[in-house]
Design a protein around this ligand. Structure first.
Ligand code: NAP
Length: 283
């Protein structure tokens, strides 16, 4: 059996088109949706990510302002800048690119963002809202994974979903979203014993670990849906996921590729959160 591919690039293009439509509708009412992106320091990967986020925003009609600060910026100055953006009614979304320099407290910085503008969905208020099923902002990566499952018309109700990884930005919120769709959810992590025994029971597997070949063909039930969040490099330096794609695609029913899977969806869902923030602000 060869799995069907869930094409993240194609789905992200569809999502961007929807965002463009919503942006145009808001602009027609005189509101310019606006995302403020803060980059502290000169981490090369962060520079690329923020550039992409700004370009994606502009492409869909959202205004993006990229504010760059030196790595030596005092934490108090960053907090003051975030507070000023919180107060600015022309700004609808605020994103602080992580990681931030080590002298800063990431938790404190994220908590400084007004929950109504927390388009990354990392604030404890956003996490709490997801937990209790209230409106808030969902972290972009698991939100994108859910959108991918929806795109294939997958009914999660009553299915066994296994999430590998329990980070606050991917694994835990992913588990909550799947639970919210009435899946029976198991969360695995580095201390899980016999991972394969658990994943073999799964109808849906989301791998969010950051290690190559965490999931191999012998660990997958025939026909299962496999979502690969991981971003790793193989021996040739090429981007690859957590899943042994060549092997698993022979067993799974659906699979996401890396690259071209979850990555583009993560970028697209930031735009969704930003336009949603602007719509909510506009009432
Ligand atoms: P993270 O914070 O490092 O969390 C990794 C999780 O994997 C932890 O919960 C860890 O368990 C678990 N783990 C480690 N080794 C394991 C093993 N052998 N078996 C089972 N679980 C294991 O990473 P993250 O931020 O969630 O990101 C995960 C991966 O997704 C990374 O490759 C990252 O680059 C990628 N990512 C991709 C996107 C995208 O847009 N495509 C977005 C975000 C992240 P413990 O909690 O016990 O340590």
């Amino acid at each position: 059996m060869t799995a069907k591919l869930i094409d993240g690039n194609a789905l992200a293009a569809q999502v961007r088109a929807e965002v463009s439509g919503r942006t145009a509708a808001l602009k027609a009412k005189g509101v310019q949706p606006h995302l403020a992106i803060i980059l502290v320091g000169d981490d090369p990967a962060s520079q690329v990510y923020t550039k992409h986020k700004a370009a994606d925003s502009e492409q869909t009609g959202l205004k993006a302002t990229l504010e760059r600060f030196p790595a030596s910026m005092p934490e108090a100055d960053l907090l003051a800048r975030i507070r000023a953006l919180n107060e600015d009614p022309s700004v609808h979304g605020i994103l602080v690119q992580l990681p931030i320099p080590r002298h800063m407290d990431t938790h404190k910085v994220i908590e400084a963002i007004a929950p109504a503008k927390d388009v990354d969905g990392f604030h404890v208020a956003s996490a709490g809202a997801l937990m209790v099923g209230q409106p808030g902002f969902w972290p972009c990566t698991p939100f994108g994974c859910l959108k991918m499952l929806d795109s294939i018309g997958y009914e999660l109700k009553g299915k066994h979903a296994v999430v590998i990884g329990r980070s606050n930005i991917v694994g835990k919120p992913m588990a909550m979203m799947l639970l919210g769709r009435d899946a029976t959810v198991t969360i695995c992590h580095s201390r899980t014993k016999d991972l394969g025994a658990i994943t073999r029971q799964a109808d849906v597997i989301v791998a969010a670990v950051g290690k190559r070949n965490v999931l191999t063909a012998d660990m997958v039930k025939p026909g299962a849906v496999v979502i690969d969040v991981g971003m790793n490099r193989n021996d040739e330096g090429k981007l690859c996921g957590d899943v042994d794609f060549a092997g698993v695609k022979e067993v799974a029913g659906w699979i996401t590729p890396v690259p071209g899977g979850v990555g583009p969806m993560t970028r697209a869902m930031l735009l969704v959160n930003t336009i949603t923030a602007a719509e909510r602000a506009a009432g």
